[in-house]
Design a protein around this ligand. Structure first.
Ligand code: SF4
Length: 347
């Protein structure tokens, strides 16, 4: 009888992670399920399920299962020789032994993580910092001990949670091995933030971002060109540049607004109470934001939604996860925007 892989190697994997974590083949470790806020009007993620914090024991069992599955794959791969820790023949042999791995939620993710050297981890879901500090530190310590090859651990965090957590707690979490936070700023304009029900003000974003930096984290802030619509595009651009400049994070990442079906903002768009910008108008807004951005980090367009084109039909911006270093390449980005505006920036 085949061994029951469902019990032996069971671990849970959530759906979402930032594109940069996909690019680095991060191991996905689920600390919480879904989003504790879940009210942003543009957001279609985590809608079906209630928020839950997983227990430390449950998370440790997942880590143990991932480590054991990785060890078995490595041991099998060694039989086939070669320099690599794991290889294709090892995977085939493992799947022959446990056919249920074909349907395992996280096996392909674990395989790609190991194949790429097992270097980065992303903690799911939407706001891991909401866990009690002691529990989060315990999980991080266990994770680091279980996977010594890991060089970077990242997670999503909300600005409000950053403001609420004492600085000493954030420092303890940082020391335990969490390196980078991905924060959804979306806008630096209070009216826009209120209209989309972000649950944060410009001041909260600034305080939260600065606190993350003071605790020693690398910080990625995501904003949404177009989120103010036709009514608020100028205030959205100017205040977003102001707030991002006040934080000066390591990364600023552009996520142009799209009206995702089923979201409240899509319904408002359909009803005509929210007027979306055209791609050209979005580009004009982007110009104003970039113009006002006084930062020393990198500006990234690392998402498929940044699809404006230049007069040759090429993408206006590189989708690199490392983006454009500012202030050195600010003028380059402005020049590219001007090229896009010459053809109307149509996506
Ligand atoms: S905090 Fe993030 S995950 Fe939660 S509703 Fe807002 S955008 Fe969505």
């Amino acid at each position: 009888m085949k061994p029951n892989v469902a019990e032996k190697y069971a671990f849970e994997t959530g759906v979402y992670r930032p594109p940069s974590e996909g690019g680095s083949n991060s191991l996905l470790v689920r600390l919480t399920r879904n989003c504790p806020w879940n009210r942003c009007m543009f957001c279609g993620m985590y809608k079906a399920e209630k928020f839950q914090v997983r227990t430390v024991d449950e998370i440790k069992r997942d880590i143990d299962a991932m480590a054991a599955l990785g060890n078995e794959l490595t041991a099998l791969s060694k039989r086939f020789g070669g320099d690599a820790e794991i290889n294709h023949q090892g995977v085939i042999t493992l799947i022959e032994k446990y056919p249920a791995l074909n349907h395992h939620q996280g096996f392909a993710m674990l395989y790609h993580w190991l194949l790429s050297g097992g270097k980065t981890v992303f903690l799911q879901d939407a706001n891991s910092l909401i866990m009690k500090t002691g529990q989060l530190v315990e999980v991080l310590t266990y994770l680091r001990r279980s996977f010594p090859s890991v060089v970077r651990i990242t997670t999503y965090a909300r600005s409000k949670t950053l403001v609420q957590k004492p600085l000493e707690d954030l420092k303890a979490i940082r020391r335990a091995g969490l390196n980078r936070l991905h924060v959804g700023l979306e806008s630096g304009d209070d009216t826009v933030l209120q209209q989309v029900c972000k649950g944060a003000t410009a001041e909260i974003h600034i305080k939260g971002g600065r606190k993350a930096l003071a605790a020693g984290f690398q910080l990625s802030e995501y904003w949404m060109p177009g989120l103010g619509g036709k009514a608020l595009w100028q205030a959205h651009a100017e205040n977003t540049a102001r707030v991002l400049s006040a934080i000066d994070p390591h990364y600023v990442r552009s996520r142009p607004f799209r009206a995702w079906p089923g979201t409240p903002l899509a319904q408002e768009t359909a009803a005509g109470s929210f007027e979306m910008l055209t791609p050209t108008e979005q580009l004009r807004e982007l110009r104003l934001t970039i113009q006002g951005l006084e930062i020393t980090g990198r500006v990234c367009f690392d998402h498929v939604g940044n699809s404006w084109k230049d007069p040759h039909g090429r993408l206006l911006f590189s989708h690199s996860y490392q983006g454009y270093p500012f202030p050195e390449e600010k003028q380059t980005v402005l020049n590219r925007i001007d090229e896009g505006l010459r053809v109307g920036g149509e996506a």
